[in-house]
Design a protein around this ligand. Structure first.
Ligand SMILES: [Mg+2]
Length: 392
């Protein structure tokens, strides 16, 4: 059987590029698209190439970014524009294959194995897409071409911006094995730390390690990590209709001070439930069950779940059920260090199906970004920094 031809297309500096399309002068200065709250609390959502050179990073606070680059120009985000550009890029991808798997708003995998007779090799198609995105949409895309998803994703990162990178069975050892382990898809902070403790720094190091040793510390993730590094990732490009739905949606928080009373716990559960509720709404899902976890001041964790009599996504109902679960499982021997609530047994809300896709997508994206900024604020200033208006 011949190899698959997989492309990974990643729109470069996406939000920043779209803003520059509307205001070309922004391309000549270090610029960042930032959360639209008042400047003191905003974070960097995206930055252009010039801003990158100053070490500015996504999710950084604006004041930190300005310390690195005092002349940084900040711009408010326009989510409707991003959705529009994303859809137009998608239409170009769709003209080459029906096997397109989106990954966030600015990335897609394409399986073009069957497209060769009409459009040429994977590399030919990558170059056509690279040119068309520039000519027809006015921004740039970097494309990785390879025989599996993992290497194509890695390839799109290698020659940014506006690059086409081909990783073949012949060149992957030279191209990939010298790179740091975190350039491999799904290697997050905790896996990275574990690998470094084992003296594994590059992708090649993974391949030179015994599989049993990787499995011993990383479990089944060790196996897929090894397979990915060896070029044996066989995961298929999934059409949207084939993508598995989320299994659960949860939020948790560790307070800057321990919680001491039922009232305090209820307030936090309500606040978390609002976030879970928003997320369920944006995905047109209902919760058929609830799970809570409680960690006390000695770091002992309790986890309890129930099935709901009637599926819901109302924050008040989620919070009430969560609190009932808390009351029946907590005796206040110790204070509460952290608490979380999770919507489980998710089901589709069929009454939502008429909802307009675009509207929902833009909104979901906005919420996701807001959640990110809320999370990063909480991390920086403690949970008390973000108190919902409803709770005051
Ligand atoms: Mg991108």
């Amino acid at each position: 059987m011949s190899d698959r031809e997989i492309l990974h297309c990643d729109l470069d500096n996406f939000f920043a590029s779209v803003e520059t399309f509307y205001r070309p002068e922004l391309g000549k200065v270090p610029m960042a698209v930032c959360g639209s709250e008042e400047e003191r609390h905003g974070i960097v959502l995206a930055k252009n190439q010039l801003a990158k050179q100053y070490g500015i990073k996504t999710a950084q606070a604006i004041w930190q970014a300005k310390q690195l680059c005092p002349s940084l120009v900040t711009v408010e985000p326009h989510y409707d524009r991003y959705v529009d550009f994303s859809r137009r890029a998608r239409a170009i991808y769709d003209s080459y294959t029906d096997m397109v798997e989106p990954f966030g708003i600015d990335e897609c995998w394409l399986d073009v194995t069957g497209s060769g007779l009409i459009f040429g090799s994977g590399e030919d198609i990558a170059r056509q897409i690279n040119r068309r995105i520039k000519e027809e949409i006015g921004i740039t895309v970097s494309v990785g071409v390879s025989f599996n998803k993992c290497f194509s994703k890695l390839g799109s990162d290698l020659n940014k911006p506006d690059g086409v990178t081909v990783i073949t069975r012949e060149n992957f050892k030279d191209t990939v094995w010298g790179l740091p382990v975190q350039s491999l898809l799904w290697v997050g902070k905790s896996t990275l730390a574990t690998l470094e403790r084992m003296g594994i720094y590059t992708i090649g190091d993974i391949c030179r390690t015994r599989l049993s040793a990787l499995e011993a510390v990383l479990g089944k993730n060790g196996k897929s990590l090894y397979a990915n590094a060896m070029g044996m990732d066989s995961s298929p490009v999934l059409r949207e209709s084939e993508m598995p739905p989320a299994k659960s949606i949860g939020r948790s928080v560790t307070g800057s001070a321990d919680l001491k009373s039922d009232l305090e716990v209820f307030r936090v559960l309500l606040s978390l439930s609002e976030e879970v509720s928003e997320k369920l709404r944006s995905c047109s899902l209902l919760a058929g069950g609830i799970q809570i976890h409680i960690r006390d001041s000695m770091l002992v964790t309790v986890e309890r779940s129930i099935k709901l009599e009637r599926p819901t996504r109302l924050a008040k109902e989620l919070a009430n059920e969560g609190f009932r679960l808390f009351k029946s499982n907590w005796q206040w021997h110790r204070q509460v260090r952290s608490i979380g609530i999770r919507a489980t047994r998710l089901e589709c809300d069929s009454s939502d199906f008429q909802l307009q896709f675009d509207y929902d997508y833009a909104k979901a994206l906005r919420e996701e970004r807001i959640e990110q900024s809320v999370d990063s604020l909480r991390k920086r200033y403690g949970s008390q920094a973000v108190v919902r208006a409803a709770l005051l």
